[in-house]
Design a protein around this ligand. Sequence first.
Ligand code: SAH
Ligand code: AVI
Length: 325
Amino acid sequence: MADISLDNALDGDAGRTLAEDVRDGLTRAHKELPPKHLYDSRGAALFDQICELPEYYPTRTERAILERVAAELIAASGASELVELGSGSAAKTRLLLDAMAAAGTLERYVPLDVTERVVRESAAALIREYPGLRVHGLIGDFERHLGRLPPAHGPRLLAFLGGTIGNFAPTQRGRFLRTIAGLLAAGDHLLLGTDLVKDRATLEAAYNDSAGITAEFNRNILRVINRELGASFDPTAFDHVAVFDERNEWIEISLRAREAQEVALPAIALTVHFAAGEELRTQISAKFTRERVAAELAAAGLELVAWHTDARAWFGLSLARAAAA
Ligand code: SAH
Ligand code: AVI
């Protein structure tokens, strides 16, 4: 039996959703684009570089928590199957797979990511590293393709790490958590990583690194649109802006036009005007408290089973299950 199977739910429609999202987002009064379009192969590689930056604490903080509690999480979940949403390069995933292997329960890993290359490459690397592991990779959009996840083979741990849930708008987040609750059978668990509210200086430094990698990652969305839609964006004509919005408790990430400009998007027969100083929002990154995580889980029909954090309480890792009806 092959150790890897791949399912591409984006076949034939990735370009279509980009075109729709760009038309919808760039014709609004307040221009915005969904962050999933940041992650072509170049965007994924830039994100991996972000994870290594001295200012970007979330990855290493979540990793440190996982190093401490992975065995406990796996014992509590009894999982034989790890499903990971927005799996990326699956770097921290190894800590969970190691714990499952040590517990003797590891059978299958199911990564879901919008970037084909990261799913293919992580699947190939992991079957080499974990003899006997089966990988079912799903290339797709976690907002649209959760129905394409394969049937469970045993107790499931569904991981959503890195604080990626913070990249949803609040209403989408509630809808997403309710969908997740509906996916969890008795005995299944959700492992959710959330970045936590902290002082403004630390938060803003994480998204304004001195090496300029986050700025390049942010501008990458313009390169994706140029390539896929034949657009005429000059990425160097936009400044990277990332500011902590205290009222909403999120980092707001935008591209700000330095000067007034017209951008042609021939593939969708659109020309877009930017005024000098006009911003195009590319991402929010919401920051949480334990109370808010527990409340949002509860509102979605999920029950917090365990909460793990680091000594500075900078990042939270929640283990949850479907609440009893
Ligand atoms: N889980 C990893 C990567 C986080 S980066 C970590 O904790 O470090 C966010 C990941 O989610 C990227 O790999 C990106 O390609 C993926 N992603 C973003 N939006 C997505 C969407 N709508 N559907 C599926 N994957 C998405
Ligand atoms: C993937 N996600 C959790 C990152 C974040 O921190 O919101 C994306 C990111 N954008 C800029 N830096 C990191």
